[in-house]
Design a protein. Structure first.
Length: 258
């Protein structure tokens, strides 16, 4: 009898958890997330690209949109003074850092740094990213802030000031739309675009889509040569350097003759 009672207790617990998650699942299915375009091609004249993200949220709710690249490890050299000179004194390894992180919301307060427990924003990144190497524990917060500044200067980590726009409600749902621009130095790969719904200060639903960034044309050819045909790439690089050198020499020689 005790075992039977335990089994029924477990079943009741599982059913309770399912009932709690049903509203989030329903909203997640109705968010209708769309990423336009969902494929961006990097060609020889790529100068960044504007992407639009749209979806539907309940009336009275707020939304947060994130664009997250694949995580990887990065290695930075630490500078220090040795004998009065600045030089590399060690390496700092940064783990689980996304290659790209962009975030925007329908309410700027949701991106306030004071909201440290939110599962989005730089505060959330700080909880996921770890540092190791030539660094003490008490130095890690400072170095992480410097890492954010570095990524921000490269346009890879961004908090957008322009809010997600809400439209008039239709069929008991509010259309929302956000726009962002991929930086020129974005890497090829698959990026996750997520829309999170916040109601009464709590996350009620979240859905994600994919954005593909693909290299095409001449840059794609060079990348293929570099990684799959190293010898051919090296010969081509030497030929290009020689031709460029002759062309520059000819131009300067021609200019000097006048």
């Amino acid at each position: 009898m005790r075992r039977l009672g335990y089994v029924w207790q477990r079943i009741a617990t599982i059913l309770g958890l399912l009932l709690l998650t049903i509203p989030a699942l329903v909203w997640g299915a109705s968010l209708d997330l769309k990423v336009t375009p969902d494929l961006v091609e990097i060609g020889a004249w790529f100068r960044g690209h504007r992407v639009t993200v749209s979806g539907m949220i309940p009336p009275g709710a707020e939304a947060v949109m994130e664009v997250v690249g694949q995580t990887s490890d990065e290695h930075l050299m630490r500078k220090g003074r040795r004998g009065g000179l600045w030089m590399n004194v060690g390496e700092i390894d940064i783990h689980n850092a996304p290659s790209l992180y962009m975030v925007m919301s329908s309410n700027p307060k949701l991106l306030d740094t004071a909201v440290s427990e939110a599962p989005w924003g730089f505060a959330a990144l700080k909880r996921r990213v770890t540092l190791s190497g030539m660094i003490d524990d008490q130095e890690k917060p400072q170095f992480f802030d410097q890492f954010l500044e570095l990524k921000g200067s490269e346009g890879l980590y961004t908090t957008f000031k322009d809010p997600i726009k809400k439209s008039r409600a239709a069929d008991d749902l509010v259309p929302v739309k956000g726009e962002f621009r991929l930086p020129t130095n974005v890497k090829p790969g698959t990026y996750e675009v997520c829309l999170t719904v916040i109601q009464d200060g709590q996350v009620s639903a979240k859905t994600c889509g994919e954005l593909q960034v693909k290299m095409v044309g001449f840059p794609a050819m060079l990348t293929t040569l570099a990684y799959e045909h190293g010898a051919t790439y090296g010969i081509l690089a030497v030929i290009i350097a020689i031709v460029t050198g002759f062309a520059i020499g000819f131009l300067f020689k021609g200019g000097g003759g006048h």
